[in-house]
Design a protein around this ligand. Structure first.
Ligand code: ZN
Ligand code: ZN
Length: 312
């Protein structure tokens, strides 16, 4: 028995309804989208710092791609290096800034983590490139393994919420998220979505994938304990009537940071692909305002530059 799977489809157990085609039409007819620049050129990223002993490093590569290094465990999350987050190379959201590091510039990966099957998170050319570079293990929620096998990973591990697996010197646990899935018009919610909690060498990190705000953050802290460093999505949130059930805004992210008992949080899921209506710089600005309103130390929830590594 599962509280999030029935008749071939997954669902959010705390009862958020999915948006339908009429909602998409209403959103697009409202024409509330703010313009984005076509290109943003970042300064070249500094080289990846070496970590010593018990250090933990989070490098923001862009969107939801992060290199997370714990003592004995190095992973990448939702790697996307392609020009578009789309099934087609010539249409769909185009990236406005390059990934800070490409597959050739990354250290040896113990695992590639893929949170769900949306195109801005599961990108086959990027996964193929990492498998070709020698990454062996891929970890993903139930139902997504076939894409990772197709990408060429010799070891593909599918997990249900709360299941975990040992990899290299650590443990990876799949955590619940409030979201949905689809890659075609015919496979809505046929594959699961989720986040990843990492524990290695006495340190911990958390990557929620895409998620709306919900009771799951408090549940994750209750079951797995507070976390040293969380990567939290702050973008793709306007208009709220449509997006709140699937993407957090900065206000939600600050709540999630508290619910998780995160010692430190790094912002992600903004600034690369224009998916929704807010302006490109709105998420970091709103996060700064929200931190101040909530009386949160700016150093505890940071917006990393693209390519920056936060060592903790
Ligand atoms: Zn998504
Ligand atoms: Zn996304």
């Amino acid at each position: 028995m599962s509280d999030h799977f029935s008749e071939g489809r997954y669902f959010n157990p705390w009862g958020t309804s999915a948006r339908g085609l009429m909602d998409v039409l209403r959103w697009k007819l409202e024409r509330g989208a703010k313009p984005w620049p076509a290109t943003v050129v970042d300064p070249p990223p500094p080289p990846l710092p070496d970590l010593v002993q018990e250090q933990l490093g989070a490098t923001f590569l862009g969107h939801a791609s992060l290199l997370l290094r714990l003592p004995g465990l190095t992973v990448i999350t939702d790697p996307v290096f392609s020009k578009r987050a789309s099934p087609l190379s010539w249409i769909g959201p185009a990236r406005v800034r390059s990934a800070a590091f490409g597959p050739n510039q990354l250290p040896k990966l113990d695992a590639v983590l893929v949170s769900h099957n949306h195109y801005d998170h599961l990108d086959l050319p990027s996964l193929r490139a990492l498998a070709a570079k020698g990454a062996r293990t891929a970890i993903t929620p139930l139902g997504n393994g076939r894409w990772l096998k197709a990408a060429g990973f010799p070891e593909v591990i599918e997990l249900d919420w709360w299941q975990s697996t040992e990899v290299a010197g650590g443990r990876v646990t799949l955590t619940p998220a409030q979201h949905w899935s689809s890659r075609t018009p015919f496979d809505r919610n046929r594959a699961l979505w989720g986040g990843f909690r990492l524990d290695a060498g006495g340190r911990s990190a958390f990557f929620p994938g895409d998620t709306g705000y919900g009771p799951h953050f408090a549940m994750i802290r209750e079951r797995l304990g507070p976390v040293d460093l969380a990567a939290l999505p702050i973008g793709a949130y306007e208009p709220r009537w449509f997006m709140a059930s699937m993407h957090m805004n900065p206000e939600d992210a600050v709540k999630a940071h508290g619910d998780l008992g995160a010692v430190a949080s790094a912002a992600m899921h903004w600034g690369t692909f224009r998916l929704t209506d807010e302006g490109i710089e709105d998420p970091p600005k709103a996060l700064a305002a929200e931190r101040e309103r909530a009386g949160l130390d700016p150093g505890s929830f940071r917006v990393l530059a693209h390519g920056e590594t936060w060592v903790r």
